[in-house]
Structures are given as structure tokens and as C-alpha cells.
Write a protein that binds this ligand. Structure first.
Ligand code: ATP
Ligand code: MG
Length: 367
């Protein structure tokens, strides 16, 4: 999967822009606030039907312009297709087009241009709380496994209902009768969630560790281990086994749930631990190591997407080069051999030997 060319009119700080891209690495170079990330945002919008920095479409239209138009020619499963989006200032709804045919919804464009994005906020995945790491797994699995998306949706609904019953147990004790039903369904859907996430994490670890090894010049081994409730001995075991162990946990924690009036049992607090050479990254990893591992995770996510769909998604790397030493920068610029990659950076002297350098100044290409 790759983007052959892109044209923008009235998008962010681009009045009018047109560019053909390299099938390999495209290095987008420019000083701060010139429009590098805006370019990735335009690609993302055509890929997903939404921008990654804002939900407000009005912010994407160039100040003072009546509309923004984004057009790309993509090679998707060997077919050349045109993606087009038009957004209007005011109340008129946006329009999406695929090869000249107007589409009603964002879902109609799904799969035409798949992208994997790394933005600086993704560094938080390895440093911050468990919620970010669960989101990383859930976002990928919801796209790849429809059964997982359904289980997760049901689990979240049951969790909210059970939490409400526990919270109100003093005023409405009769509602506690519902808890066994909730627990049963939460153990069933919970088992699907735990086993699917744990199996996916193993696949992710296999590939991310290989990328991280190459990235770090062979000196660092990345491991990822899934962490769930204490009674589950192997989260990647068959779902029936995990179901039984989740039920055991519910029984042993019921009294504590009544006392705390909170839901304490189930995979909603699950996490995974990333470690380098056996040391937990959260406590010990340097900035550069964190960045290397976060990019390796994205590369692995892209591999797994390819294994599932048969095409490598386009990789969008925003601002990844800072904090990396020359060897690791060289890996990003010259060693990601497969598929199309877009990399933004500020350093004017950076070049890629296997692709094209595009210099951006004030929303225009410098020649
Ligand atoms: P950095 O190196 O700092 O990340 P960048 O080149 O990635 O910079 P962008 O985020 O792409 O910069 O562009 C930011 C510029 O785009 C800002 O100066 C901002 O004011 C401008 N901008 C954003 N939205 C609009 C808009 N709707 N109309 C006009 N200009 C806009
Ligand atoms: Mg930027």
C-alpha cells in the first residue's frame, strides 16, 4: 500500500500543495511550525476520515478559506484509487469520495489506505499509566478482530452497570441480586478479552523484539508480558480455562467489592510490562531507549497488520529522530526497507539514502 501523490487546497497552513512521493522513505524536513505534521495529518485524514490532533473539522480549514480539499492517488492492493475529502467552513457536511464516487460514510473508505502513525504522544505508552497500554492493544484488536470489538463493548457496558450497583448498594440493596448475572457475563467476555490480548501481545513481542534488536545494534532485548488478575496463571491459555480462573477471582474478591463499593475483579485494570534486558522500562529506560522501543512497537503493529490484510500499511513517523544517537537515526532513515514511510524532522542536514527529501517552508515545498 502506498501513496503516489497528494494535493491539498486550503488545508491547515497549505494554500495549495502538490507532491509525488517515493515508494520508500519520504523525509519531510523543515523548521518548526512550517507544516510538516500538517502533511501527516492530511494523509491520516484520507486514511481514517478524521484528524489525529483535533476533532474539530473547522480547525483543519485554512484560516479565512471557505473549504479545504485533500486528494491522494494511492496504490491499494495493486489498484490505483483516488481518495478525496472536502470540508466546508460553516455547517455544510464534509464530502468523501473514492475514485470519483461519493461515499456516505467514513467506513466506506476503510482499508483503502491503511496507516500506522507514531506521534510524540506515543512515547507515553511505555512511560505512563496502564490505560494507554490497554488502548494500544484494544485499538489494534478492534480493527483486526470484530469478535473482540463486540466482547469489549459488552464488557464495558456490564462493568458500568455492576459498578453502579456496587456504588448504590446501601440505598438500593435489592439490586445486589443482579451481581451473579453480571459476573457470569463478565467472566465470559473477560476471558475473550484476556486471551485475545495476551495472544496478540505475544505476536507483537516477537516482531517488536526483532526490530528493537536491529535498531539498537543488537545490544537490547525487548520483552513484553501481559499482566492480568492474580488467579489467571496463563493469560494466553484457552478461553475456557481463563474463564474459570476469572470466576475464582470474582468469588475471592466479592467481599472486598462490597466493602469498597467498587468493581475489583476483571481485566479492566490489565496492563503489560515492557522490559529491556530484563529491566522494566517504566523505571529504567532512557529517553532514547523509550523512543526506540515505542517505534519498534509501531513497526511490529504494522507487520501484524500486513500478516492479516496482505498489505503493509503506510508508516507515518512524526518527530522521531530527536533523542536518537546517529546509529539509531540511521536505522530510521535507511534501514526500514519495506513499505512506504513518511518521516518528519527539523534538522536540515538530514538526508535519506533510500528515498526522497521534501523540504517544507511556510506551507510550501522548497525546491
Ligand atoms: P514542528 O517542527 O514544531 O513540529 P511542524 O512543521 O510540524 O512544526 P505543523 O504543526 O505542521 O508544524 O504546522 C503548524 C503551523 O500550522 C502553525 O504555525 C499553525 O499556526 C499553522 N496552522 C494550523 N492550523 C491552521 C489553519 N487552520 N490555518 C492556517 N494555519 C494553520
Ligand atoms: Mg510537527
Amino acid at each position: 500500500m502506498r501513496i503516489l501523490d497528494l494535493s491539498l487546497t486550503g488545508f491547515r497552513n497549505y494554500e495549495s500543495f502538490q507532491c509525488a512521493f517515493d515508494p520508500g522513505v519520504n523525509l519531510i524536513v523543515g523548521q518548526n511550525a512550517q507544516g510538516k505534521t500538517n502533511l501527516l495529518e492530511a494523509i491520516c485524514y484520507l486514511s481514517r476520515g478524521s484528524a489525529f490532533r483535533t476533532r474539530r473539522e473547522a480547525e483543519l480549514i485554512r484560516f479565512g478559506a471557505d473549504f479545504a480539499e485533500l486528494c491522494a492517488t494511492v496504490d491499494s492492493y495493486g489498484r490505483e484509487q483516488q481518495l478525496r475529502a472536502v470540508m466546508f467552513a460553516g455547517r455544510r457536511p464534509r464530502q468523501l469520495w473514492l475514485s470519483g464516487v461519493r461515499k456516505n460514510s467514513r467506513e466506506d473508505l476503510d482499508g483503502v489506505l491503511n496507516t500506522v502513525l507514531f506521534c510524540p504522544e506515543d512515547l507515553l505508552v511505555l512511560k505512563k499509566g496502564a490505560a494507554e497500554r490497554r488502548k494500544l492493544l484494544d485499538d489494534a484488536l478492534c480493527q483486526l478482530r470484530p469478535r473482540y470489538a463486540l466482547a469489549l463493548e459488552e464488557y464495558r457496558r456490564l462493568l458500568a452497570q455492576k459498578a453502579a450497583v456496587l456504588r448504590e448498594r446501601i440505598d438500593r440493596p435489592e439490586m445486589l441480586e443482579l451481581i451473579p448475572d453480571y459476573n457470569e457475563r463478565m467472566a465470559q467476555t473477560g476471558a475473550i478479552i484476556v486471551t485475545t490480548r495476551a495472544k496478540y501481545l505475544r505476536q507483537l513481542e516477537l516482531r517488536a523484539a526483532a526490530h528493537h534488536q536491529a535498531f539498537s545494534g543488537g545490544s537490547e532485548t525487548l520483552t513484553l508480558s501481559y499482566q492480568t488478575v492474580s488467579s489467571v496463571t496463563d493469560p494466553a491459555a484457552p478461553a475456557a480455562e481463563v474463564y474459570t480462573q476469572l470466576k475464582e477471582h470474582q468469588v475471592s474478591h466479592y467481599r472486598a467489592e462490597l466493602e469498597s463499593m467498587q468493581c475489583l475483579s476483571g481485566p479492566h485494570k490489565d496492563d503489560f510490562e515492557a522490559a529491556l534486558n530484563g529491566l522494566p522500562m517504566k523505571a529504567f529506560a532512557s529517553q532514547g531507549q523509550t523512543r526506540t522501543a515505542a517505534i519498534s512497537l509501531k513497526l511490529a503493529e504494522r507487520d501484524l497488520f500486513e500478516a492479516d490484510t496482505g498489505e503493509l500499511p503506510v508508516l507515518l513517523l512524526d518527530d522521531v529522530l530527536s533523542e536518537l544517537d546517529p546509529g539509531r537515526q540511521d536505522f530510521v532513515l535507511n534501514r526500514i526497507q519495506s513499505g512506504q514511510v513518511f518521516i518528519t524532522c527539523c534538522e536540515q542536514e538530514k538526508v535519506t539514502e533510500i528515498g526522497k527529501t521534501i523540504r517544507i517552508e511556510n506551507g510550501a515545498i522548497m525546491t
